[in-house]
Design a protein around this ligand. Structure first.
Ligand SMILES: Cc1cc2nc3c(=O)[nH]c(=O)nc-3n(C[C@H](O)[C@H](O)[C@H](O)COP(=O)(O)OP(=O)(O)OC[C@H]3O[C@@H](n4cnc5c(N)ncnc54)[C@H](O)[C@@H]3O)c2cc1C
Length: 436
């Protein structure tokens, strides 16, 4: 019988591990709580009415329909029995493996702040993104019927964290307010709507160069985003956010983009953890004392040559997924595994129309692009990585439509019921509030 490789998670790491095992003499079984892969970097576009839910997700079975050694099961993993080499899924069923790849990703870190999971919005799943869009549009409907409520913060949109997610969300929301919604709500004075970006440090896009930070700040300010530096959130309440300095901002829309931590599954596995609850891994990404099990992507505390933790970004997850797929092939062939080395290509973010930033790593010449070229580069890279030809075509068409008409057509208020998988995520959020 051929050895069985179980992969937990159909994210960037899991998908690439499975692809690297194509035609290998193993049977691959992928488990995910959803039946689809979510392209998380574009969730903010769903939340701001730029793209449809289906444009940024793809059914896992479809992705692997031509891979003969691949099987999928929609299942939520709750534990691993290392003694019997079995994965335990919700409902109690056990699935045995010879090799295991754990790639369940991350959740938002509330950093111990009360009320974040209960009253805040997060951009981690399709449902969250679509419901955030509906919630924000609903605020404008309410304001139209009851303009007196604007005084109570109805149209205050507070984003916490000026990293790439916070910056992209703020920019896209500002454009929605500036160019699209005035046509829908001629009766409303949209100058009364505010986007407030709260940042603990004194910089936007912390890891980027000073020039890029200054450019990003300027673009956001031109879009009327109110950036408040050195501002720390103390508590999130249903109708306000309380700050550490004792003041508060009235809002019913707080978007938490303040950083992530490893998926709580990691705490059930009896592993040694590093910063951000990420599991310590060997240089080849296998788990200590478990040469048959690998941890990849946002869950793994893999380090670079200087001993720094690698960032929790898609490019790391993709390369790690490919790497462990190849290592399992090597083990099958009786060879030793190789050390994982991250090839940093750089980072990019989009702030608004014709305004993107891209900083290529030294490995690729170290060029920095800002403005139209940065924006074009961002579009091109995201189209390349977005899985599925149809999704690429849909996204390209939507972007062209939005660009030339200054419109966004996905302005529907339709609440999505959370699937079993996403209800779990909410519970994990609560649980993290206890343990973080
Ligand atoms: C809003 C947002 C914007 C981002 N933008 C960028 C960007 O521009 N560039 C960039 O490089 N990175 C970006 N990232 C980070 C990037 O998306 C992550 O680093 C990447 O998704 C990590 O890949 P992964 O495979 O480790 O986990 P994920 O892609 O999160 O995949 C984890 C998978 O595991 C599944 N899963 C979770 N728990 C279970 C369970 N118990 N049982 C079964 N399945 C489970 C999930 O359903 C999911 O499919 C962004 C992230 C977010 C949230």
């Amino acid at each position: 019988m051929r050895p069985r490789v179980i992969i937990i998670g159909a994210g960037f790491a899991g998908l690439n591990a499975a692809k690297a095992l194509k035609n290998a003499p193993v049977d691959v079984l992928m488990l995910d709580k959803n039946n689809y892969h979510t392209f998380q970097p574009l969730l903010y576009q769903v939340a701001t009415a730029g793209l449809e839910v289906g444009d940024i997700a793809m059914q896992v079975r479809h992705i692997f329909r031509k891979q003969a050694n691949f099987r999928f099961r929609q299942a939520t993993v709750t534990d691993v029995n290392w003694d019997t080499k079995e994965v335990i899924v919700r409902g109690g069923e056990s699935l045995s493996f010879d090799y295991l790849i754990i790639a369940a990703g991350a959740i938002y870190n509330n950093f111990g702040v009360k009320g974040v999971y209960e009253h805040g919005f997060m951009l981690k799943s399709l449902t969250e993104a679509a419901n955030l869009r509906s919630h924000m549009l609903k605020q404008f409907e309410l304001a139209s019927s009851h303009p007196e409520l604007i005084e109570t913060g109805l149209l205050n949109f507070v984003i916490v964290g000026a990293g790439p997610t916070g910056v992209e969300m703020a920019g896209a929301l500002a454009e929605l307010l500036d160019r699209v919604l005035p046509k829908d709500y001629p009766e409303l004075d949209l100058n009364r709507a505010k986007i407030i970006l709260l940042e603990m440090t004194d910089k936007v896009l912390l890891p980027y160069s000073k020039e890029t930070q200054a450019y990003t700040q300027k673009v956001l300010e031109n879009l009327n985003v109110d950036i408040r530096f050195k501002t720390t959130v103390a508590e999130v309440m249903p109708d306000a956010v309380k700050l550490k300095d004792g003041s508060s901002i009235p809002t019913q829309t707080l978007i938490w983009a303040a950083g992530v931590r490893a998926h709580p599954l990691v705490e059930n596995l009896g592993l040694e953890l590093d910063r951000g609850f990420r599991a310590k891994v060997n240089p080849d990404l296998s788990l200590p004392d478990k040469p048959y099990a690998f941890m990849v992507g946002d869950m793994a505390a893999a380090k670079d040559k200087l001993g720094e933790l690698l960032p929790q970004v898609a490019t790391v997850a993709i390369q790690q997924g490919k790497h462990v797929g190849k290592q399992i092939r090597r083990l099958q062939e009786g060879q030793r595994t190789k050390v994982f080395e991250y090839f940093d290509k750089g980072s990019m973010a989009i702030i608004g129309r014709n305004a993107g930033v891209a900083e290529l790593s030294k490995n690729l010449g170290g060029f920095h692009l800002r403005g139209f070229l940065g924006w074009l580069g961002w579009l091109f890279i995201h189209l390349i990585y977005l899985p599925g030809h149809q999704n690429k075509a849909n996204a390209l068409l939507e972007w062209a439509y939005n660009y030339f008409t200054y419109d966004r057509h996905v302005r529907l208020i339709t609440y999505m019921k959370t699937s079993e998988g996403e209800t779990d995520l909410a519970k994990e959020h609560e649980r993290q509030g206890v343990s973080a």
